[in-house]
Ligand binder design. Structure first.
Ligand code: MSP
Length: 650
């Protein structure tokens, strides 16, 4: 489990458009892995960046009336801002237009050319512009690109080729001998299937006359380097290949290279043969995850069905979004991104299970132990429900550890939530609220401590996925150092009895399903198409669930209106005089458009009696009337029966 180092990479993203959920997914996966390894104490390096050369970027720049470099400079910021917002802890961010990268690519090209690994030849074949790839006649499917099924162009020109074909047999054997190199297993089989056909040499140049935007070939100034041959090198140029041997040796080979399944061939055929030709060892693992789909097809800029991660973060919070990405997608498989499933998972796992557990614990500790974590019995874990719940939590630790090694992070997150559910169940079984009525407080203390200690472990497990919120949980539980230590996840009794627990309010305020999110039209992509229907920001679609204690703080009373008058210069306000029992009060209410003053006199209403007095338009208001409103209508809350004023409403 403990590695000597951990080096994780994401693909570098094209700067032809803004990032979407698909890009965010790979980057969050890498971030969770990096954070987890850092917690283990493993020296970790996490690289991401942008792919700034090639046809796609040149085309987007032309469409925007910018130079390709301007296009890159403008778009890269969007990726960098998103990663910042998403709490991504990359150690480096490489742009392929940086000198440190370009130099390495040119050195590699020069070296390969000198050694005859790259040669010049006449090319006569088919070219797919969007994919930037050459195909032979037999590769085509019904005359279209075998990858994207778009029309291809006939091209005849002199170009430079990398002798990829000569590595075919070596690569097949390497893949067979290193079953972990391509993951999941079915992707390995896919690459082996691809390698059953003869492997052609790879065209690595583009004539500047056709595409000037790229790294110039060091041996022919009329050509630039093929964007993939340039981009793949980022994984080694960033860590000092040919520039800083010690750093390069420290990190390479990469432990995990995360990619989407769309770029399997480039990473499991081009990349390993390039490395082999340069006598550089291969990465330990290339893991290809599935696609986020919307409306059944791949979320992509081309399809136009993208979900904006910034929008999701603004509405639901960064940690909830990270959690959804990790928990919802079985790593390796495709998954659908719908707002409905987002809201369902948010409410079930985060608001109900996790958030409620924390607030129950803090509230009961406040009520029964003056807010200080009580000490458990010394033999708390010897058996019974305490041992059962602790064992479940420990099983989650085991699952999570395995899920990081096997790249099944969804299972790790799932196990942590199963543990949280078990803690809730434990409280239901023990019924601390009933125990609190007994004179002996020791069993109650053990129950609350056990639940808190189990929650500490669950929060530690979820920390790499939801760092901000889990810090809140750990701080609420009285931990001063809110970075969990992974070796403490196995230890009982880390929380300090006597430590004050803190109440930071609801951890994940429940999300109310908007019509849009609960009905059939719940897909985010559909919503994007109708900006007018965009749900209101967080405040209006989030309902905070209150504990009874919070509600009980409100002093609601019946009150009799004995006087009402308009306030000069304020069309909407009335000044009311009410009796609350024996007490006479003045209240300013915004009901002038709905009630004539004289109609109010004698009415029994409900007021919030313990509201701090405030001045409204210079008139003191000592409370607030309750009223219900919908659309254009507003009616006062009154009593369904006779009762004197000053009665408590509960
Ligand atoms: N620039 C190349 C990669 C070069 S790596 C040396 C590229 N860029 S990209 O902007 O198109 O992003 C590709 C990556 O973004 C995918 O491999 C995947 O990791 C992620 N995703 C883009 N769309 C996606 C989905 N709809 N679903 C999941 N991830 C996807 O290809």
């Amino acid at each position: 489990m403990h590695k000597s180092k951990f080096y994780v990479t994401t693909p570098i993203y094209y700067v032809n458009d803004q990032p979407h959920v698909g890009h965010a997914y790979t980057t969050v996966l890498a971030d969770v892995l990096a954070r987890y390894h850092r917690l283990l104490g493993t020296p970790t390096f996490f690289l991401t960046g942008t792919d700034e050369h090639g046809q796609k970027v040149a085309k987007a720049a032309a469409a925007a009336g910018l130079t390709p470099q301007e296009q890159a400079d403008k778009t890269v910021v969007r990726f960098q801002q998103l990663w910042k917002k998403l709490g991504i802890t990359n150690d480096d961010f490489l742009r392929t237009t940086e000198a440190r990268h370009k130099t390495v690519v040119q050195q590699m090209l020069a070296d390969l050319y000198k050694r005859g690994e790259i040669y010049r030849a006449e090319y006569d074949g088919w070219y797919c512009v969007p994919c930037e790839r050459f195909f032979t006649e037999k590769d085509l499917i019904e005359g279209t690109c075998p990858d994207c099924r778009r029309p291809v162009e006939k091209i005849k020109e002199a170009n430079y080729f990398f002798r990829m074909g000569k590595y075919q047999q070596w690569l097949i054997e390497y893949i067979q001998d290193h079953p972990k190199f391509i993951q999941p297993d079915f992707r390995r089989n896919e690459t082996l299937g691809f390698l059953r056909q003869p492997l052609n040499d790879l065209c690595i140049s583009r004539p500047k006359s056709r595409l000037p935007w790229g790294i110039e070939l060091p041996f022919d100034a009329d050509y630039v380097c093929y964007v993939w041959f340039d981009a793949l090198v980022n994984y080694i140029s960033a860590i000092g290949y040919r520039a800083d041997d010690a750093t390069f040796k420290k990190w390479w080979p990469a432990s995990v290279q995360l990619i989407g399944k769309d770029i399997l061939t480039t990473h499991t055929v081009y990349w390993p043969t390039m490395l082999k030709a340069c006598a550089v060892p291969l990465p330990e693992m290339v893991f290809a995850h599935g696609w986020w789909l919307t409306g059944g097809s791949k979320m992509s800029k081309t399809t136009g069905n993208v979900v904006d991660p910034m929008d999701m973060i603004e509405r639901f919070g960064v940690d909830a979004f990270r959690y959804f990405l990790i928990a919802e997608m079985v790593m390796g498989q495709d998954a659908s991104f719908t707002e409905d499933s987002f809201v369902r998972r948010f409410n079930a796992d985060l608001a109900n299970d996790l958030g409620n557990l924390l607030s129950r614990l803090v509230n009961m500790t406040t009520r029964y132990f003056e807010g200080k974590l009580p000490a458990p019995a010394e033999d708390a874990l010897k058996g019974g429900e305490e041992k059962t719940v602790w064992d479940t939590v420990q099983a989650a630790v085991t699952t999570l550890e395995r899920s990081v090694v096997d790249l099944r992070l969804h299972e790790g997150a799932g196990a942590a939530i199963v543990a949280v559910k078990a803690i809730n169940r434990y409280l239901e079984l023990k019924q601390p609220w009933t125990m609190a009525k007994q004179p002996d407080k020791a069993p109650l203390a053990t129950t609350l401590f056990t639940a808190a200690e189990c929650l500490r472990v669950a929060a530690g497990l979820l920390y790499p996925v939801m760092p901000e919120k889990m810090m809140v949980v750990l701080s609420s539980l009285g931990q001063t150092d809110t970075t969990p230590k992974l070796d403490e996840l196995r230890a009982w009794g880390v929380l300090q009895p006597g430590a004050p627990l803190k109440d930071f309010g609801p951890l994940f305020p429940r999300v109310e399903k908007t019509e849009e999110a609960s009905g059939q039209k719940s897909e985010v992509s559909q919503k994007k198409a109708q900006p007018a229907a965009k749900p209101a920001p967080e405040k209006t679609n989030v309902v905070e669930l209150l504990d009874y204690d919070h509600f009980a703080k409100l002093d609601l009373r019946t009150a009799k209106i004995i006087n009402a008058a308009k306030i000069e210069g304020a069309d909407k306000l009335l000044k009311l005089e009410v009796f609350v029992g024996e007490e006479r009060r003045q209240i300013v209410a915004g009901i002038a458009l709905y009630y004539a003053p004289e109609k109010l006199i004698g009415k029994m209403v409900v007021i919030v009696a313990n509201l701090k007095p405030a001045k409204i338009r210079g008139v003191e208001s000592q409370g607030m009337l309750l009223a219900a409103s919908k659309g254009e209508k507003l009616v006062l809350v009154t009593l369904d029966g006779e009762l004197s004023s000053g009665a408590k409403v509960k």
